[in-house]
Design a protein around this ligand. Structure first.
Ligand SMILES: Nc1ncnc2c1ncn2[C@@H]1O[C@H](COP(=O)(O)OP(=O)(O)OP(=O)(O)O)[C@@H](O)[C@H]1O
Ligand SMILES: [Mg+2]
Length: 257
């Protein structure tokens, strides 16, 4: 899936001295200002380097800019100022069309509310990103079945989202995020709507994805969830307040029910 684990303990914050090849994501003095009457500085000068193969959590108070940060990295939005690099490509200054393509190729997005298509089955939801990549139908079905098995839902491909539990829906959403083999998995509160036990299952899944070399960036409000990551970026008032290294990230015993 993703490249080798080139995790460097030093210098996770500024990215100074990192070579581009080792970075899944880099932000250079990124600002995002919303103008609704008073300007709102959602991000106010953020420099960041996310090494390839790393597992990072983002924490901070409500309104501090966490989702804004993820949306910029996920090519869902563009900064007011500064540069956003994803997998060695500067995605902040390219056209809307190119950005949509970049998002499809580089990003797997997992949302708090799952965002599954209600009328499609689990397998069709997982296969959806591949439609836009021009993958043939038979290959899409194979890939969707394989991904659903990987998240422990090999027997649920024909279920629609409302015929699945919350944790199962989130696992379908994660399988969908993986469909196009993205360079980075972005998750905005992936356990926010789940009970603790189901949340742990999702953490088990992320743990396996990280062990396999994937880059994961996850927003969470819950400290125990954040401690599964290797480092925590603390965001405050649109800036990076500090970057905390987790000495020994929490491990989940069994990753799937
Ligand atoms: N589309 C928008 N238009 C105007 N202001 C916005 C918009 N999106 C976000 N904001 C503002 O930007 C700031 C950062 O919002 P953001 O959604 O990034 O916060 P957050 O850290 O994800 O919060 P939460 O933990 O509540 O999800 C907030 O003050 C918010 O009101
Ligand atoms: Mg948010």
């Amino acid at each position: 899936m993703a490249a080798s684990d080139s995790d460097t303990e030093s210098d996770a914050g500024t990215g100074q001295g990192d070579s581009k090849e080792d970075e899944a994501v880099a932000l250079r003095d990124v600002r995002k200002t919303y103008y609704l009457g008073e300007p709102v500085h959602a991000l106010d000068g953020v420099d960041l380097s996310i090494p390839r193969g790393s597992y990072t959590a983002v924490m901070g108070p409500s309104g501090s800019g966490k989702s804004t940060l993820l949306n910029l990295i996920g090519c869902l939005d563009t900064p007011t100022e500064g540069e956003v690099w994803v997998n060695g490509r500067e995605v902040s200054s390219i056209s809307q069309r190119e950005r949509t393509t970049a998002r499809g190729e580089e990003i797997g997005f997992v949302f708090q509310t799952f965002n599954l298509m209600p009328k499609l089955t689990a397998a069709e939801n997982v296969a959806l990103p591949l439609v836009f990549q021009g993958v043939s139908k038979s290959e899409r079905i194979d890939r969707a079945e394989d991904l659903l098995s990987q998240v422990g839902l090999g027997d649920r491909g024909d279920h629609r989202p409302n015929e699945l539990s919350g944790g199962q829906r989130q696992r379908v959403a994660i399988a969908r995020a993986l469909a196009a083999d993205p360079a980075i998995i972005l998750a905005d509160e992936p356990t926010g709507n789940l009970d603790q036990e189901t949340g742990e299952q999702i953490m088990g899944l992320f743990q396996r994805l990280h062990d396999e070399g994937n880059t994961i960036l996850m927003v969470t409000h819950e400290r125990p969830i954040a401690e599964h990551a290797q480092r925590v970026i603390h965001v405050l008032d649109g800036t990076v307040e500090k970057i905390e290294e987790i000495e020994s990230p929490r491990r989940v015993e069994t990753d799937l029910p």
